[in-house]
Design a protein. Structure first.
Length: 401
């Protein structure tokens, strides 16, 4: 019986069973369409994780898997110590481990096919967001959640769409180009500045990497180089156009609002007050030698409990992890981002446009992590899981080729 059990687990992760493929599809579709589907998929992945715990014990896992496991345990421990529990918020982060193993072991994984599914979901979400905006909603949202979730999905999908433009020639390349414009319009109407800043920096790094690669490819056709640069600069050009046409001084630095002076405009959207509150709380912890809170944090919902302000979080992965999970959580988040950065650099060096696009999406995630919740967010951590593991698997396949 034990042998049959091991064979069943092996078949799940090797790609011999379609069940795990459907589960990954369910997880990704849930990120775009509904929290119900996402939580069902996450619950099933948790069941797989528990059922295969001995399988994982006998397999060499990457260090980042242990970092995610430690991150989850740290969050649960901080909740126990603070007396404020939120077990469900760690349901999606624990999925990193089974998804990581699934993508590493799956023999039939095809990156391009999965990216096409992501872009199909993203196109539907972008259409929904634009429709909502035209029917009176001030900021674009998808089928569920707020504008931050919508901006997260668009900023993830736009680099992948333009990667497909470069990879696929002919009619489909033009279609993907049109889809990228639709996504950019949707992103603009979400008015999420952190996502737009991430897009500028992400595509700036992509352009720089292409410039360096072109320097060493002096024999490449000049027409291909010009086409590539036009595609890469499209999102930057459109966003700049939208920004300078905006009459909102928070979006357009050159705009003037007669009813409100620049000195009264909060360009940080309250983040300076959040940082000041965090510093005050940390100073109190240090002065009172409250080492439990310093090391393990104040637990879930600490901003609402300690500050009681108008915001729901500490609005930064680093500040949020420090305040809720202490130094342990803060160090774990930094370590996870270190691994992401390593693979981003490899992805930008690659000759595969899909890997370039995933690396650019990773840069956007890094930039947004300073202003919003990514790893520590209940939804965006799922996006992080897919970006990271797809990038790692794609790089591994490229090395084998």
């Amino acid at each position: 019986m034990l042998k049959n059990y091991e064979q069943f687990i092996n078949s799940l992760f090797s790609g011999e069973s379609r069940w795990m493929t459907y589960l990954l599809w369910l997880f990704i579709s849930g990120l775009f369409f509904t929290i119900v589907i996402l939580e069902i998929a996450a619950g099933l992945y948790l069941a797989v994780f528990i059922a295969a715990i001995f399988y994982f014990r006998n397999r060499p896992l990457e260090l980042i898997n242990y970092l995610f496991l430690a991150f989850v345990i740290s969050g649960l421990l901080s909740g126990m110590l603070s007396g404020h529990y939120n077990v469900l918020m760690y349901l999606i982060p624990i999925c990193f481990i089974p998804i990581s193993v699934q993508l590493k072991e799956n023999k039939s994984f095809n990156l391009e096919t999965w990216i096409k599914w992501i872009l199909f979901f993203a196109t539907v979400t972008a259409l929904v967001g634009v429709f909502y905006h035209y029917t009176g909603r001030e900021r674009t949202t998808g089928t569920y959640g707020g504008y931050f979730i919508f901006a997260t999905l668009m900023s993830w999908s736009i680099p992948l769409t333009l990667a497909m433009v470069m990879k696929i020639k002919g009619r489909w390349g033009i279609i993907y180009l049109g889809i990228s414009v639709l996504m950019l319009i949707g992103l603009w109407w979400s008015y999420t500045r952190s996502a737009m800043l991430g897009l500028f920096i992400g595509f700036g790094c992509w352009v720089l990497s292409e410039l360096i690669k072109n320097w060493y490819r002096k024999t490449e056709n000049i027409g291909k180089i010009i086409l590539r640069w036009m595609v890469f600069l499209l999102p930057l050009f459109l966003l700049l156009l939208f920004i300078f046409l905006s009459d909102d001084p928070r979006m357009n630095p050159t705009a003037r609002n007669d009813s409100q002076s620049e000195s009264t405009i909060d360009f940080s959207s309250g983040r300076m007050d959040i940082i000041a509150n965090a510093i005050s709380i940390l100073q109190t912890d240090i002065t009172s030698k409250n080492f439990v809170n310093i090391i393990f944090g104040h637990g879930p919902f600490s901003y609402q409990r300690l500050v009681q302000g108008p915001y729901s979080s500490w609005e930064s992965d680093y500040l949020h992890s420090l305040m809720e999970q202490g130094l342990i959580g803060f160090i774990l988040v930094l370590s996870i981002y270190y691994f992401l950065l390593k693979h981003i650099i490899k992805g930008l060096r690659s000759d595969d446009y899909l890997l370039n696009g995933l690396a650019t999406a990773g840069i956007i995630t890094l930039v947004m992590s300073f202003f919003t919740l990514r790893i520590t967010g209940w939804h965006s951590v799922g996006v992080f899981i897919i970006i990271y593991n797809f990038l790692v698997r794609g790089l591994a396949d490229e090395e084998k080729a």
